[in-house]
Design a protein around this ligand. Structure first.
Ligand code: MEV
Length: 412
């Protein structure tokens, strides 16, 4: 029997027989079984749990949000909370959806660009009708295929871009269904070789912006001048405008926050990450997503990112914890969720840059990393705080030291 033909019990039995899993490791697969998750993917064996925490009280457009975040990185939620604390001192963020449409592509080669453009210009209403007939419920709700553009990709390669309003959903299936229907019709029109139809994850028509204006005192830290910190945050950010190596790391910090909320809200974090990084390189150079500037009294931060998330569809209607997370978020629309996510990315970045230009990242991370280190060497939940305290007293806290201290603790 093939693996995918087996039921869950048979898959576990096969793994037990053919791998080196111990009995207690096998038990993990059973403990984390979820009947819902089993229905979601092929070859299901177990559910992989990640920690979820809350970023409390971030103020966006004068509303206070409790934001669920899913992450395995110890410092992420602490940093986001610290960023939100500073942001709230400036009265919170303002966020707006610049636009909200998805793009589906019909990709044609050996194409005559002029002929494709003429076809689209002359038959746009009909093409729109065909597209919307493929997913009538979306059109009935006021969404669906709205307009069509063409792009010349050179050497006979052409993209027909279908701009689709997916309403409250991220809408990958809707976009793909509509795009395939339009592609089928274009195939009959002899304007080139229609190779495929698929949504684009470079969601430049689903942009969201979040902004903050902070009095210098919001970033104050003992032992440092607040104005100096603000200026150094701007300086730090200027490296990312010039250097892809630094921009990648700064943006990774932004994604610490963004992906954590995207995951908690049951959205497709690969799609969001792919789109955001491509957007960061839109002028040919990979740059920072957040920009910081200042005047004599105030530090200004701004983030603009593509954020085609949904509040319905995909796993959102299926996974009970995701539904509970939506209740915590209490957003009323997909656009509002996008605003919250972008705002968290900005908060995350503020906290990281402030740490980097003051005491450095390790000082704040250490306490959290020591906890991970204690767990990694096998400390029990009751042993962790004692081991962390002992590790704090050591000049070097590494695996070897942690292991040694734990052994000594247990010997006593
Ligand atoms: C670590 O997860 C994120 C940072 O590296 C972000 C940054 O460097 O801006 C601290």
């Amino acid at each position: 029997m093939k693996f995918h033909q087996m039921d869950w019990q048979q898959r576990l039995a096969t793994l037990a027989a053919t791998t080196k899993l111990t009995a207690s490791e096998q038990a993990l697969f059973t403990t984390n079984y979820s009947a819902i998750n089993e229905q979601m993917i092929e070859n299901y064996v177990t559910s992989f749990p990640l920690p979820e925490g809350i970023l409390p009280n971030i103020v966006i457009n004068e509303r206070t949000y409790q934001v669920p975040m899913v992450t395995e990185e110890p410092s992420v939620i602490a940093a986001a909370s610290n960023g939100a604390r500073m942001i709230n001192m400036g009265g919170g963020l303002t966020a707006t959806n610049v636009s909200r449409e998805m793009i589906g592509q019909v990709l044609i080669n050996e194409a005559d660009f002029a002929a494709v453009t003429t076809l689209v210009a002359e038959q746009a209403p009909y093409l729109i009708e065909i597209g919307n007939a493929a997913h009538p419920s979306m059109a009935q709700r006021g969404g669906g295929l709205k307009h069509i553009a063409t792009r010349d990709l050179g050497d006979g390669f052409v993209s027909v871009d279908l701009h689709i309003d997916t309403q409250a959903a991220m809408g990958a299936n809707v976009v793909n269904t509509i795009s395939e229907a339009v592609a089928s019709y274009i195939k009959t029109q002899q304007v080139g070789n229609v190779v495929m139809a698929i949504l684009s994850n470079l969601a430049t028509t689903s942009l969201v912006t979040a902004k903050v204006a902070l009095p210098f005192k919001a970033v104050a830290k003992a032992g440092f001048e607040a104005a100096d910190i603000a200026q150094r945050i701007v300086l730090a950010n200027q490296f990312s405008q010039r250097d892809a190596y630094r921009a990648t790391t700064e943006n990774k910090g932004v994604m610490n926050g963004i992906d954590a909320v995207v995951m908690a809200s049951g959205n497709d974090w690969r799609a969001i990450s792919a789109g955001i990084h491509a957007y960061a390189a839109r002028d040919g150079q990979y740059r920072n997503l957040v920009t910081w500037s200042h005047d004599a009294t105030t530090l200004y931060g701004e983030i603009t990112v593509p954020m085609p998330v949904g509040v319905v569809g995909g796993s959102i209607g299926i996974v009970p914890l995701v539904q509970a997370n939506h209740k915590l978020l209490a957003v009323e629309s997909a656009g509002e969720l996008a605003q919250v996510i972008a705002a968290v990315g900005l908060a995350q970045n503020l906290s990281a840059l402030r740490a980097l230009v003051t005491s450095g990242i390790q000082a704040g991370h250490m306490q959290l990393q020591l906890k991970s280190l204690a767990l990694a060497v096998g400390a029990t939940i009751t042993e962790v705080p004692i081991l962390v305290t002992r590790l704090q007293q050591m000049p070097h806290a590494d695996m070897q030291t942690a292991r040694q201290l734990l052994t000594e603790m247990r010997e006593k």
